[in-house]
Design a protein around this ligand. Structure first.
Ligand SMILES: Cc1ncc(COP(=O)(O)O)c(C=O)c1O
Length: 425
């Protein structure tokens, strides 16, 4: 049993669609997913022994690259001491301290086991603290798969062409309002919170226009609603202090995930001590988890955070900016039109046959993501050993392990891949 096809076939017998998260299935790009057997730095290797330069990086969970030596050593040491206890551990305190030290205004965090849980819990807290019901989210932003927030979701929801999800009752979305990204909505005092990805990274990559985040802050203040930044992608990746540091706008609540688990399952939400005091056991908003603050995850996350500082993020941002500009040039020079948006260390990719403006909202992003070109480009890149995410709505993750030679290789693959896509027309 050594081929990707054989593993996927076997998987489909016992796992719905053969995957534990829909985006991995290749459903929107076609073909059989590669089954990963190992990863090292910027690369993953599949069961057939093929190595790919990996721009998926576990959708952003891996900041230092795969199997980063210090992180692996930390996990091994931690595992030898026991993997879960159901009692407080020093690791939870150390990770929480590392987070509040880096993010101005963040005074307390509660650790959970995924980004979905973090956002779901932050929303409950916002409702409990304000005594209000409505939550406003933006079209094309993805906040995990909790019932109330799947509506108008980006990422896999958009890839599968779903408006939301079957199985979600009208009642569970009755208090969810949806507005277009990059336009400040007018709120009223029924709104408990505005939930936003400060950089929209689940409709490929859409930057907030000047004044958008500031406008949300002002509008929330005007009606007494809370502003929640979903920093599951941007947190500890955009900058040491995440989107708040990068844009200079402070939310009331933050949601984190991905990077802070160092590749293990984790999430967190936090804010001021006053706000967090509404949470059980101090307050009436209940929230809990058997594996919350898991010792392996906190040790791995702490190891990652302690290996990077503010100037490392600036270095990575400049690497990403150079790579993105060259990628855009190489695709444009070989016969397709590309926009490779960059926000700090984040970058994305939109393709078209004709020149176009960078999208500013989901409606504009969708036209580009659904034009079929990404799918062709994805496979042409994969054939050349470069793994982009298997979905046009996902961004590219450049880790600290992506060196100049790796990125140069990706650029030359992109030139060839573009010519192949053009020639096939
Ligand atoms: C912005 C954002 N929020 C929340 C989530 C959900 O996180 P998880 O998949 O860990 O549940 C994601 C996942 O990609 C995300 O991108």
């Amino acid at each position: 049993m050594t081929t990707n096809a054989a593993w996927f076939d076997r998987a489909q017998h016992v796992i719905p669609g053969g995957v534990d998260s829909p985006v991995r299935s290749f459903r929107s790009v076609g073909g059989v997913p590669y089954t990963v057997i190992s990863g090292s730095g910027a690369y993953v290797t599949d069961v057939e022994g093929r190595r790919y330069l990996d721009f998926v990086q576990s959708y952003g969970a891996s900041l230092l690259g795969h199997a980063s030596p210090l992180v692996v050593e930390t996990i091994q040491k931690s595992a030898a001491l026991g993997t879960t206890f159901g009692a407080p551990t020093p690791g939870e305190v150390l990770l929480a301290e590392a987070m509040v030290q880096r993010v101005a205004g963040l005074e307390q965090v509660r650790l959970v086991s995924s980004g979905t849980e973090a956002v779901m819990s932050a929303v409950r807290l916002a409702r409990g603290a304000t005594g209000r019901s409505k939550i406003l989210k933006f079209d094309g932003c993805y906040h995990g798969h909790s019932d109330a927030l799947l509506v108008a979701g980006g990422s896999g929801v958009a890839q599968l062409g779903l408006p939301g999800s079957a199985g979600v009752t009208d009642g569970s979305v009755a208090d969810t309002l949806v507005a277009p990204y990059n336009v400040v909505p007018t709120l009223d005092d029924s709104v408990a919170a505005v939930l936003v990805e400060p950089v929209a990274a689940n409709m490929n990559l859409v930057a907030p226009v000047a004044g958008f985040l500031e406008g949300l802050r002002a509008e929330c203040d005007r009606v007494g609603a809370l502003l929640i930044f979903d920093e599951v992608i941007t947190g500890f990746r955009l900058a040491s202090g995440g989107a708040e540091e990068y844009f200079g706008v402070t939310p009331d609540l933050w949601c984190f995930g991905k990077v802070i688990g160092g590749g293990l399952p984790v999430g967190a939400f936090g804010g001021s001590r006053a706000l967090l005091s509404h949470l059980a056991p101090s307050g009436p908003v209940y929230q809990a988890g058997t594996l919350s603050g898991n010792p392996l995850a906190t040790a791995a996350g702490l190891s990652v955070l302690s290996q990077v500082n503010g100037s490392d993020y600036r270095t990575l941002a400049s690497t990403v900016a150079g790579f993105a500009a060259s990628l855009e040039d190489v695709i444009n020079a070989n016969g397709l039109s590309a926009q490779v948006p960059v926000v700090g260390t984040l970058t994305g990719l939109y393709l078209s046959h004709e020149p176009f403006a960078a999208p500013q909202n989901f409606t504009e992003a969708k036209v580009l993501c659904d034009n079929g070109l990404y799918q062709e480009f994805f496979h042409a890149m994969l054939r050349r050993g470069v793994a982009l995410a298997p979905g046009a709505y996902e961004i590219m993750f450049v880790s600290f392990a992506h060196g100049p030679a790796d990125l140069a290789g990706a650029l030359s693959a992109a030139g060839e891949a573009t010519r192949e896509v053009v020639a096939a027309r």
